[in-house]
Design a protein around this ligand. Structure first.
Ligand code: COA
Length: 311
């Protein structure tokens, strides 16, 4: 078996690698267009080849001007291969060796995917191959959207919202709400980072997004005490919920709903037609708040990554 990255002359054979399982994959149109715009590159497409036949193919994604692959987008192993897990794992290991890195594997699946046998099977062998190649950390991200088909919420009056120009106030809020967070990324970060440094990083990340700084709000109880904050934002694809948090001592009163409503109302008031939000499936109070507020679960993204504790 020969493991290697590909070259332009392989293109026709690469396009014939077809995944018929109901998950996201690098289909021929996607492969062709992303190879053209540089999000895929031949040196980031790897194959396992025998007697001139492609038996396995892995495709990594990266920014066109980026210097390294950032995510594995597709793992294909020909159905005739007896041990798909072993061959898939070997292919990933060869590529990881060449990259000097093991980028996370991202797969989109329909919501309720565990109940679809064909989806669960497609994930199972790929996940095992990924695990054997060092991708052991599993995460399920729920993708929600709000559209004007859902109502614009009325203010409950339980919290008041105000602009806060001082970034230090938000650093402190980020630091406080990270405590006891059910968000996977936050929990991992706090294993290795100082809470204040992490809060500053979070602030910088939100500052760098296309959403406006003036949209951010702090939330207070009628007595004037801080309860949390709401940061409507936007990414390159459009408006997003951004971030919200309830101070640990204020949790359990459903304030998450008041904060989310404030964000929805804010964007809706600007005439926005679609608001997107992601949360981890483990963040149950957050997911429940989206459901209550009429957000629709439109996709699930599964992510398998190297455990940072293994670094
Ligand atoms: C997610 C979050 C906003 C929920 O806020 P909330 O206003 O307390 O939510 P609710 O009042 O609806 O809570 C529902 C239940 O979950 C519990 N709960 C809320 N947050 C919890 C947490 N971080 N850990 C454990 N349980 C939590 C509540 O105590 C309540 O329990 P109960 O039903 O037994 O009373 C809050 O946990 C938070 O700020 N987390 C950190 C930031 C975050 O994850 N933001 C979202 C990023 S996408």
């Amino acid at each position: 078996m020969l493991f290697r990255s590909t070259v332009e002359a392989d293109l026709d054979r690469l396009l014939r690698c077809t995944v018929d399982e109901p998950i996201s994959w690098a289909d021929p149109d996607r492969l062709r267009s992303m190879l053209t715009d540089g999000q895929y590159r031949h040196e980031r497409v790897w194959i396992a080849e025998q007697d001139g036949e492609i038996l396995a193919r892995a495709v990594w994604w990266g920014f066109p001007d980026g210097d390294k692959p950032l995510a594995l987008d597709c793992l294909y192993v020909h159905p005739s291969v007896e041990d798909r897990v072993a061959l898939g794992a070997a292919l990933l290991r060869h590529a990881h060796g060449a990259f000097g890195d093991a980028p996370a594997y991202h797969v989109f699946v329909p919501s309720g995917w565990r109940d679809y046998r064909a989806v669960a099977d497609a994930i199972e062998w790929r996940w095992e191959a990924g695990r054997r190649a060092g991708l052991t950390d599993e995460l399920e991200r729920l993708r929600y959207e709000w559209t004007p088909a859902a109502p614009v919420p009325e203010p409950s009056g339980r919290l008041t919202f105000e602009e806060e120009p001082d970034d230090e106030v938000f650093v402190d809020l980020f630091r406080q709400v990270a405590e006891g967070s059910l968000d996977h990324h936050t929990r991992l970060a706090l294993l290795t980072k100082d809470p204040e440094a992490q809060a500053r990083e979070d602030l910088a990340d939100y500052r760098s997004m296309p959403g406006d700084r003036s949209w951010w709000r702090v939330a207070r109880t009628p007595e004037g005490d801080l309860a949390g904050f709401a940061m409507p934002s936007a990414n390159n694809a459009g408006p997003v919920v951004g971030y919200l948090g309830v101070l640990p001592e204020r949790r359990g009163h459903g304030y998450v709903g008041d904060l989310l409503d404030e964000i929805t109302r804010f964007h809706a008031g600007r005439g926005v037609q679609r608001i997107v939000a992601d949360t981890d499936s483990t963040n149950l109070p957050m997911a429940a708040a989206f459901e209550r507020a009429g957000y629709r679960l439109f996709a699930v993204r599964l992510v398998l990554s190297a455990d940072p504790a293994d670094d």
